[in-house]
Ligand binder design. Structure first.
Ligand code: DGP
Length: 115
């Protein structure tokens, strides 16, 4: 068994983190290095999928649950609009290989981050 991911350790309460949402199969935390007033990470509880390509092939329903969670976060913490980013692979800026979506909201005009 490999070590639990940093996100699983936050979910389990082993390291601190602000859990914003828990829908059963999906949870959300605030990003430690926010790039917008709302910057959350939506994460499936399973670590079976490294990235969104694997998730879309293996469990598209779970991917749809992630999108629904992103919308809920944007409604609760922003004006309902949101930017959704999946980094896929180290050369595409992915650093945690437990699939997650970045949800950004309330982005100031001309402050679009490039990650
Ligand atoms: P990515 O580069 O797409 O794999 O995104 C990983 C994100 O995870 C990155 O934006 C920072 C965030 N992150 C890493 N470690 C922690 C942590 O310990 N706590 C929280 N809240 N976020 C973390």
């Amino acid at each position: 068994m490999s070590e639990p991911s940093i996100f699983t350790r936050i979910l389990n309460g082993d390291i601190p983190g602000e859990i914003l949402l828990d829908t059963g199969r999906v949870f959300a935390i605030r990003d430690i290095d926010p790039q917008a007033p709302l910057h959350a990470l939506v994460i499936p509880k399973t670590e079976d999928y490294r990235d969104v390509t694997e998730l879309a092939a293996g469990d598209p329903g779970l991917l749809a649950e992630m999108v629904a969670a992103a919308k809920q976060l944007a409604s609760e913490h922003a004006n309902g609009e949101y930017r959704l980013i999946f980094n896929n692979g180290a050369s595409a800026a992915q650093s945690v290989f437990h699939v997650h979506a970045h949800v950004l909201g309330n982005i100031e005009e001309n402050k679009l981050v490039g990650f």
